[in-house]
Design a protein around this ligand. Structure first.
Ligand SMILES: [Zn+2]
Ligand SMILES: [Zn+2]
Length: 342
């Protein structure tokens, strides 16, 4: 067995100016700068960026990458679990359960295995493959919601609350205008509602619509939807559910939904006062990230001898893991920290 000190002094993955670099493999994972070769965990904007020469991603992620980075993007999609060689390393993608096509990246070199989780969750989600525990020596774990207050109910329960809210707005003849991230969250809401009541129908902002169509092409089962465009001009949206990205909130686009009740679906809605500060009428707690118990559980289940929390509550999680007998130390990305699409 390789000594723990060797894992830290000869890291297979480490941060440089461009991102998480694998020198032995000649690639970067989710680079924020220009890399020769980019290995991408998923298509959210803070992970998949323009500027790299060549991209690798999971097969289900490929259409989303092309939509976001352009059809000319040089990219290869890989089946989950398929091993391919990059430099001196063997790389494979494994489901992260975050959004469609999201993946953990497993990197093996000289018999040592590192796994970079990317964003992940353990909760059930009808729109993507469930998270797979990948045994490894070193686990780089996200830590977006790494505080004990973050505990999620199931997506099904949150969808039930959304339906209840929608029904009360139907009774009052008001539009239900629900804001959520256009990639992943919106489709999860549509899929969860489908399970509760397949007869429902929703209207979509253009940004949500185009990504939802890509999900449909991969046979993700969601309620029927209609794009809001010139053809829906003058329509009375009373009693309808409309899904839109947060960027459309308080924009001129919103004016057509007279008397609308507004909601926001996000893990951040768990924070006291967050809904009021942002001005939404309702907050629904729905996150595509692991909550606190699942972060801790996942690190333990990988059997990693070293955990490297990154993005978010890295100090809290590292300290807690150390108390639990798991060696952990924060991996700080200095070039990019921002609000993630959660
Ligand atoms: Zn993400
Ligand atoms: Zn992220």
């Amino acid at each position: 067995m390789v000594a723990l000190t060797d894992l830290t002094t000869q890291p297979i993955l480490e941060l440089d100016k461009v991102g998480l670099r694998c020198e032995r493999g000649g690639f970067h994972i989710d680079p924020w700068g220009d890399a020769a070769v980019a290995v991408i965990t998923h298509a959210h904007g803070d992970h998949a960026r323009l500027g790299s020469g060549f991209y690798h991603c999971a097969e289900e992620c490929l259409p989303l990458i092309k939509q976001r980075l352009g059809p000319e993007t040089k990219v290869t999609g890989h089946k989950y679990g398929d091993r391919f060689r990059l430099g001196d390393t063997i790389v494979s993608f494994h489901p992260a359960g975050h959004i469609l096509g999201s993946a953990q990246v497993r990197v093996e070199c000289d018999g040592i295995v590192w796994v970079a989780s990317g964003d992940y969750k353990r909760a059930e989600d009808p729109t993507c493959a469930p998270f797979e525990v990948v045994p490894c020596d070193v686990f780089i774990t996200e830590a977006t919601f790494a505080l004990p207050i973050y505990r999620w109910e199931s997506g099904a329960e949150t969808a039930r609350q959304i339906l209840e809210w929608w029904d009360s707005n139907i009774r009052e003849q008001r539009p239900s205008l629900l804001f959520c991230y256009a990639l992943g969250k919106a489709q999860r809401v549509l899929a969860e509602i489908k399970r509760l009541d397949p007869s429902r129908h929703a209207y979509l902002h253009g940004a949500v619509h185009s990504l939802t169509e890509l999900y449909r092409r991969q046979n993700i089962d969601m309620i029927d939807t209609t794009l809001i465009n010139d053809e829906t001009k003058g329509k009375n949206f009373a009693g309808e559910l409309i899904l839109a990205p947060p960027s459309a909130y308080r924009s001129p686009w919103m004016k057509r939904f007279k008397g609308a009740d507004t909601g926001f679906a996000s893990g951040w809605m768990r924070v006291r006062g967050a809904r009021r500060r942002r001005g939404y009428d309702r907050g629904f707690i729905l996150s595509d990230h692991a909550d606190w118990p699942d972060l801790v559980r996942t690190v333990k289940e990988t059997g990693a001898r070293l955990a490297l929390p990154t993005h978010g509550g890295v100090d809290v999680l590292s300290r807690y893991l150390n108390e639990q007998g798991v060696v952990a130390t924060p991996l700080r990305a200095t070039a990019f920290e921002g609000e993630t699409e959660d």
